[in-house]
Structures are given as structure tokens and as C-alpha cells.
Design a protein. Structure first.
Length: 117
């Protein structure tokens, strides 16, 4: 089993094709070991060549509100001020550390995402 870092698109596609063939392999088999190694190599290649930008904090808040069925009024109650909530969602108010803590605790928005503001 020769395993090397993925250095080209051709090697990347070949690794993906092999992963597709191995995905239903038996647990504990040599094929599973190969699947794990290839998956790690593909992940490393993707992180280097296709990085995913962190989400915009305000968009993440809006998305989480939608998931929870929250309205702007609900956010206003959480933040203690409807004006503060409206200004925040419109980009007229910056996120402060206390606001980030509340949003993390009450909405479950990741601290990492909020700190990217």
C-alpha cells in the first residue's frame, strides 16, 4: 500500500474515486485502514486548496434564529432591547463581548463564529 500526499487535482480525483470504492468496506479491515488514510489526505488537500471562509457572524445569527423559529422581537427580548437587536441585524451595531456571550448561551451560535466579527 503506497500512500503519499496528494499534490495535484488528478491525484485528488483518483483518491476520491478510491474512497468511493472503499466506503462500504468491512470494519477493522485493511481496506478500512486505507479508507481512513485516504480520507485524511483528501481532507488535508481540500483544506489547502479549497478553504472555507468562516461564516459572517450576523448571517450566522440570522440563520440560527431561523432554525429556532425566533423573530427579531425574540432577539430583542434576549438582548434586552429591540433597538439593539434591530441595529445588530442591520449591521449598524458591532457585536460586543457581552452580546456575544448572550448569543452563544441563548442561541447556540459558536463563540468562534461570533469572535470573527
Amino acid at each position: 500500500m503506497e500512500t503519499r500526499p496528494i499534490r495535484s487535482v488528478k491525484e485528488y480525483r483518483k483518491a476520491l474515486a478510491e474512497i468511493d470504492k472503499l466506503v462500504d468496506c468491512r470494519v477493522g479491515s485493511k481496506e478500512e485502514d486505507r479508507l481512513v488514510v485516504l480520507s485524511l489526505l483528501v481532507e488535508a488537500y481540500e483544506q489547502e486548496h479549497y478553504p472555507i471562509a468562516p461564516p459572517d457572524p450576523i448571517e450566522a445569527i440570522k440563520f440560527r434564529m431561523e432554525q429556532l423559529g425566533f423573530t427579531r422581537k425574540d432577539l430583542g427580548r434576549i438582548l434586552g432591547s429591540q433597538t439593539r437587536a434591530d441595529d445588530l441585524l442591520r449591521g449598524r451595531r458591532r457585536l460586543t463581548l457581552p452580546t456575544m456571550r448572550v448569543l452563544h448561551a441563548k442561541l447556540g451560535v459558536s463563540a468562534e463564529t461570533l469572535l470573527a466579527a
